[in-house]
Design a binder for this molecule. Structure first.
Ligand SMILES: Cc1cc2nc3c(=O)[nH]c(=O)nc-3n(C[C@H](O)[C@H](O)[C@H](O)COP(=O)(O)OP(=O)(O)OC[C@H]3O[C@@H](n4cnc5c(N)ncnc54)[C@H](O)[C@@H]3O)c2cc1C
Length: 364
């Protein structure tokens, strides 16, 4: 049998594969990291300047992973010398009972208090909210560059524009077929984003891919900046509306957690004028006083599970293959923590703390 080309192959260099490649390289593990497109491509789920980070989560089971994520971003900031997270505070408004909780988060019922906390946000009448003082904005583009930089500096063999056509588990490892030849490794991490259903067929029934649209208005509008505006979300009949404030000249971004099914093999369609006008109207409604005439529109992909929980861990039929489907519209913030978790699992470290998002939980 041919010798191994690497200890671990990482398939996919979105935020999760990139974080895993960096984590493995930091540990001196021999890793080959592969992506079918070029750095900064806009075909998947990790592109765009910003992402929201928050501690406010629906279930306390997330709290430990959220805290690990915050620690992970701080460590990457020290390592890269770049400021990657801007703390702005967050307000999450909803109808009915509180939907979120978290370390340091408080329920706010008084509209006057909501206005004090976030003067720029127009919370609909009769809504309650959860205030998360630690929420903020991740410099997503810089974060991706930081992970790639660490991985390369620490010796990872990073291969862009290389398509993985498939993989086979062999008794002692994995054989990976690419359009640049076959590779062998002891472990394979599959972090293929919206393509996971094709790369790992047993995941396909559990995943849906949605086309998601965002709108960003230019920077330098004080109403869109902290302390007037922080990270926010508002329950809306069209779906959960989320907003990322202008923390460092990136502009104010708004999107809706809803969209049509999409085939990731088809480049995601740009926004229509009607779609953009809809988002402008929403943004103008939630942040009155913000000039929404000139906008930058974008489209991106969510990979959804029905319960919005991730799927992470080894496969029962091939334990040397570790999958990471961590999206459902909220995966980016966990990048550093998921990268470390994948490196742990690939090097034999048990992560029972991840049972709530494990492959075992889904009998995979
Ligand atoms: C509009 C939008 C807003 C969001 N906002 C937030 C937010 O505010 N906060 C937050 O925490 N999360 C947010 N998310 C979610 C977050 O961005 C995603 O969960 C995360 O980026 C998923 O990363 P990934 O690495 O799993 O997937 P991807 O980034 O899609 O990476 C998968 C990679 O696999 C590669 N690949 C696939 N198939 C192959 C193959 N056969 N061969 C080689 N390479 C392959 C692809 O090229 C791709 O680069 C948002 C997502 C979107 C779309």
């Amino acid at each position: 049998m041919r010798s191994f080309d690497a200890e671990v192959i990482v398939l996919g260099l979105g935020v999760h594969g990139s974080a895993a490649a960096a984590a493995l390289a930091r540990r001196g593990i021999d890793v080959i990291a592969i992506d079918r497109f070029a750095p900064g491509h806009r075909r998947g789920s990790s592109h765009g300047r910003t992402r929201m980070i928050r501690r406010a989560y629906p279930d306390p089971v997330w709290n430990d992973l959220v805290l690990r994520a915050f620690d992970g971003w701080r460590a990457l900031e020290e390592e890269s010398g770049a400021q990657l997270v801007h703390r702005t505070g967050g307000l999450y408004a909803h109808r009915g009972e509180a939907q979120l909780q978290g370390p340091g988060c408080v329920v706010v019922e008084d509209p006057a208090e909501m206005a004090d906390l976030m003067p720029g946000l127009a919370v609909p009448d009769g809504y309650r909210a959860v205030h998360d003082p630690s929420a903020g904005v991740i410099e997503a583009e810089q974060a991706m560059a930081a992970f790639h930089g660490v991985a390369a500096e620490r010796g990872a063999d990073v291969r862009w524009n290389t398509v993985v056509d498939g993989w086979d588990s062999t008794g002692d490892g994995v054989s990976v077929r690419t359009d640049a030849g076959d590779l062998r490794a002891r472990r394979l991490i599959v972090a293929g984003g919206s393509w996971m259903g094709g790369l790992v067929p047993e995941l396909a029934p559990l995943l849906e891919v949605w086309r998601i649209l965002t709108l960003t208005v230019p920077a330098d509008q004080p109403i869109g900046e902290p302390p007037n505006l922080g990270a926010f979300s508002v329950d809306h009949p069209d779906g959960l509306v989320f907003g990322v404030p202008d923390a460092a000249g990136n502009g104010v971004k708004l999107g809706i957690d809803a969209g049509p099914l999409w085939d990731p093999e088809t480049p995601v369609e740009a926004q229509t004028d009607a779609e953009t006008a809809r988002l402008q109207e929403l943004l103008g409604g939630f942040v009155p006083g913000l000039d929404t005439t000139s906008v930058e529109s974008a489209a991106c992909l969510y990979t959804m599970t029905a319960d919005r929980r991730f799927i992470i861990g080894p496969l029962r039929r091939a334990p040397q293959v570790i999958v990471a489907s961590a999206c459902s519209g909220h995966g980016f913030k966990f990048g550093p923590a998921i990268g470390e978790a994948l490196a742990d699992i690939a090097t034999g470290v048990m992560r029972d703390d991840l049972a709530f998002i494990s492959t075992t939980r889904r009998e995979l």
